[in-house]
Design a protein around this ligand. Structure first.
Ligand code: SAM
Ligand code: SF4
Length: 321
């Protein structure tokens, strides 16, 4: 499938729930969330109908996200079933890692091709402050378990909050120094509660890392699905990546569309666009589904407009980051 800017769309990001067991300050409010009702959320069968039909149109990569995907009971059977769909080459997961200790083995058996674990700080008190309810040790246990069961392509994602200290930046980067884990710093995006939150730029982070670890050399090879630009640091086993949607716009290479947990199709993270495919999935109406997807892809914007307007009014947990 190609959009009107000749970009090949071969990647879908599927949010499987809007619920979460954390309440990160830049993502969800402490209280008062209004979650989707169970019957509004796409079922396993509906998601499989979606992926099967899109795989037949050239979708090759699937990311499972949320909310927190490991709070949904059938996420692992879902991953296993998506892996079995003809044409799907890679299924990966983004998680906060809170329940990873429990599920790492099953994810490995399900055939997961890669996992991104979000860790914003290695200071337990700061972690509790950011996530409001989270215990850092549980996430670290999950990460250790993922390494122990040899889950492939483990990456750590850190939101580049304005409060990140030089010490924290270096401690998090150490994951990549000591093991072949890639650490990616994600620029804070003005979405939901992220609007108005201060962030650090890629340049500020690079400067801290260079002061402490030596020169960062661009690593040209593509790693994983995404828009991260990677750098090597001498004596580091993993790479350091930056996902900087605002500072280093990567829209020209965008290869993805997204579906929220209730079937809303989004062709750009920033924009409230697309349509809802739930009815087409519920009635197994393949023609309607493909018509909706093709039309949306033709209307996929050339680039985001984060700097010019407010965009989607939903929270990141409701969109699927
Ligand atoms: N719960 C899972 C997790 O935290 O990894 C998956 C969903 S979460 C919305 C996906 C990613 O989006 C996380 O790495 C999170 O830190 C990031 N995120 C949330 N809000 C953001 C924002 N405003 N700007 C940049 N990244 C954000
Ligand atoms: Fe939950 Fe992930 Fe949002 Fe944090 S960033 S509240 S873990 S969905």
């Amino acid at each position: 499938m190609k959009d009107s800017f000749n970009r090949e769309i071969d990647y879908i990001r599927l949010s499987v729930t809007d619920r979460c067991d954390l309440r990160c300050t830049y993502c969800m409010p402490a209280t008062g969330m209004c979650f989707l009702k169970k019957e509004e959320v796409l079922s396993l069968e509906e998601i499989l109908f979606l992926v099967e039909n899109l795989a037949a149109q050239g979708i090759k990569k699937v990311k499972i996200t949320g909310g927190e995907p490991l709070t949904r009971k059938d996420t692992i059977p879902l991953i296993k079933a998506i892996k079995a769909i003809q044409g799907i080459e890679k299924v990966t997961l983004t998680t906060n890692g809170i329940q990873l200790d429990k599920y790492a083995s099953a994810l490995k058996t399900a055939g997961l091709d890669g996992i991104n674990i979000s860790i914003d700080t290695l200071d337990p008190d700061e972690f509790r402050k950011i996530t409001r309810v989270g215990e850092l040790e549980r996430v670290l246990n999950g990460l250790r378990k993922a390494v122990a069961v040899e889950l492939p392509n483990i990456k750590v994602n850190t939101v580049a909050r304005g409060e990140l200290t030089a010490k924290e930046i270096c401690t998090i980067a150490k994951f990549a120094k000591e093991s072949p884990i890639h650490v990616r710093f994600i620029e804070l995006m003005p979405i939901g509660l992220g609007k108005g939150c201060p962030g650090k730029t890629q340049e500020e982070l690079i400067s801290v890392l260079q002061d402490n670890y030596g020169v960062l050399t661009p690593f040209e090879q593509r790693l994983g699905n995404g828009p991260a630009s990677y750098f090597s640091i001498p004596h580091f086993k993993g790479k350091i990546g930056f996902i900087s949607a605002l500072g280093h716009c990567f829209c020209a290479e965008c290869d993805r569309i997204r579906f929220t947990a209730d079937g809303s199709l989004k062709t750009c993270l920033h924009m409230e666009d697309g349509c809802n495919v739930k009815e087409a999935l519920r009635t197994e109406n393949k023609e309607l589904l493909l018509e909706q997807v093709f039309t949306a892809i033709q209307q996929k914007p050339e680039k985001h407009h984060f700097l010019e307007n407010q965009g989607d009014s939903r929270l990141m947990s409701q969109i699927g980051g």
